[in-house]
Design a protein around this ligand. Structure first.
Ligand code: BDR
Ligand code: CA
Length: 313
């Protein structure tokens, strides 16, 4: 049984990732914590609650996290991708959850649950890394009971929000640097290099929509998001980045990883928020400012798509 805490900014692909975790019998979903990102914190929190209501998960506590990055404010930029409400304008169609948010904020909730857990916990950040950086800074003692951190973020070959930066790292580069480089937790990074390979097409989405009540509720949430990715992919389909990371958290090894020294650029300039990966063939001593983490670059793409469809239907 994997004991997971998902830190998220729903977000269309976040909604799919939450559904995947909530519908996986081998997962004990200890909590969902929310962070600003794709849309503002009020929207991401409301969306997390509603998606959990759709999934029948009143039992999962929701902790509210950061509304802003740790150090430097960045403007929100993803409404054009996920819709003004973060779910293609369809969030109001989802049921309301009777259990609201917890009195503890995201950091306090994570710290308590990790400390109390009889087994190590896997953290799964699928949004900006602000809450995770704050957790590790304020409660370093939790590290001894975290088995690994599985992060969706970064791009080795470039960004998706700027030429250099992937969205989750771009939103809070200082937090990303702290979690990826400064800290020493076992870390798996699932970058866009892999998530794009795992794009799903119109046929996959049609099968999801026709599969039953959950699929019929999830598929319409993709409308704005799917139109955005149609332009990028050049065919009718979409990219459910965050669900790829959650798949690895649920089934360790479903993605193939490679140890790579990485650095996050926090300087102001065109590379801010970018991931610099040291891919020299002869393994060098790790340069200062880099840390070697596991980066997921390969998987059996067809098997992964089938796994996702199976769990969401
Ligand atoms: C990441 O950015 C967000 O838009 C998605 O939810 C995902 O977490 C992809 O770059
Ligand atoms: Ca996300």
């Amino acid at each position: 049984m994997s004991r997971l805490i998902i830190d998220t900014d729903p977000g269309v692909d976040d909604a799919f990732a939450l559904a995947l975790a909530a519908r996986s019998p081998e997962v004990d979903l200890l909590a969902v914590t929310t962070v600003f990102g794709n849309v503002g914190l009020e929207h991401t929190t409301r969306n997390a609650l509603r998606v959990l209501a759709l999934l029948g998960r009143e039992d999962v506590p929701v902790g509210v996290g950061a509304a802003r990055p740790l150090v430097h404010a960045t403007p929100l930029r993803a409404a054009a991708v996920h819709g003004d409400d973060g779910l293609s304008g369809r969030s109001a169609l989802l049921p309301q959850r009777s259990r609201g948010v917890e009195p503890e904020d995201a950091v306090a909730l994570m710290a308590r649950l990790i400390t109390e857990s009889p087994e190590p916990v896997t953290l799964v950040p699928i949004g900006p890394l602000t809450n995770i950086a704050a957790l590790l800074a304020a409660h370093p003692g939790v590290k001894s009971n975290i088995d690994r951190v599985v992060i969706m973020g970064g791009g080795l070959t470039g960004g998706n929000v700027t030429a250099a930066a992937e969205f989750n790292l771009w939103c809070d580069p200082e937090a990303a640097h702290r979690v990826l480089v400064t800290e020493d937790l076992p870390t798996v990074l699932v970058p866009t290099d892999l998530t794009y390979q795992c794009a799903v097409d119109g046929d996959w989405l049609d099968r999801l929509a026709a599969s039953g009540p959950l699929g019929a509720a999830l598929e319409p949430l993709t409308e704005v998001y799917r139109a955005h990715y149609r332009q990028i992919l050049g065919y009718d389909g979409t990219v459910i980045h965050d669900a790829v990371a959650v798949a690895e958290a649920i089934r360790p090894g479903i993605l193939r990883t490679t140890p790579i020294p990485v650095h996050v650029d926090t300087a102001f300039g065109p590379r801010r928020g970018g991931l610099l990966a040291d891919r020299r063939l002869i393994a060098p001593a790790v340069d200062p400012g880099f840390r070697t983490i596991e980066v997921a670059l390969e998987t059996d793409v067809e098997a992964l798509r089938a796994f996702l469809l199976d769990r969401l239907t």
